[in-house]
Design a protein around this ligand. Structure first.
Ligand code: COA
Length: 159
């Protein structure tokens, strides 16, 4: 069974991430959303909250799993017995960072393959940071996030 890991911070998961997950499901039997603690990014949602949001969005889809992790993604891949990492490429500007990440991961774990998928053009400008900023100022976020995330953001920012 082909099993892929999709690592990221997902603070919060956006429709752009969901678009990538749906594309990955056309290629792999199972996609595990691996949610990094990413303490240096100071996420507004706890790891548990981010896991719960993803689980609720994909409730009923047994081919999508959500797990949290701290530490190296290469170690997680070994633990999960998967040698495929999915990453989204929104624009050329993502490429340099992703290229660096993929090559560092390959240096540590030569059998690990990074696969890049591109989201729909309408999500190419989307980022979790922008969504958080718009939500914190009471802006409209319906076209960027699932209603579950919208509710969580509104609760967090009391808008
Ligand atoms: N739609 C919308 N937004 C997207 C997106 C898409 N399809 N793809 C990426 N993004 C955004 C994210 O929202 C995020 O925005 P933000 O910076 O405003 O929060 C940004 O692009 C990139 O973030 P993300 O995809 O979550 O990755 P990341 O850079 O936060 O996390 C890890 C990268 C977690 C995979 C990486 O740090 C990692 O592997 N960490 C584990 C430790 C490790 O192994 N380190 C060594 C690596 S060589």
């Amino acid at each position: 069974m082909a099993k892929a890991l999709y690592p990221g911070t997902f603070d919060p998961i956006t429709l752009g991430h969901i678009d990538i997950i749906e594309r990955a499901l056309h290629l792999f039997d199972e996609v595990t959303i691996a949610i990094a603690t990413s303490a240096s990014k100071k996420p507004i949602f706890t790891l548990e909250e981010r896991i719960e949001q993803v689980e609720r969005i994909f409730e009923g889809n047994k081919n999508v799993k959500a797990i949290g992790f701290t530490g190296l993604v290469v170690d997680l891949a070994k633990e999960q017995e998967s040698n495929i990492l999915i990453r989204g490429l929104r624009a050329v500007s993502d490429f340099e960072y992703e290229f660096q990440l993929a090559n560092m991961n390959r240096a540590m774990s030569p059998d690990l393959e990074s696969i890049f998928l591109t989201p729909k053009a309408k999500f190419s400008f989307l980022s979790s940071t922008l969504v958080r900023e718009i939500a914190s100022m009471g802006g409209e976020i319906d076209s960027f996030v699932d209603p579950i995330v919208k509710e969580a953001l509104q609760k967090r920012f009391k808008t």
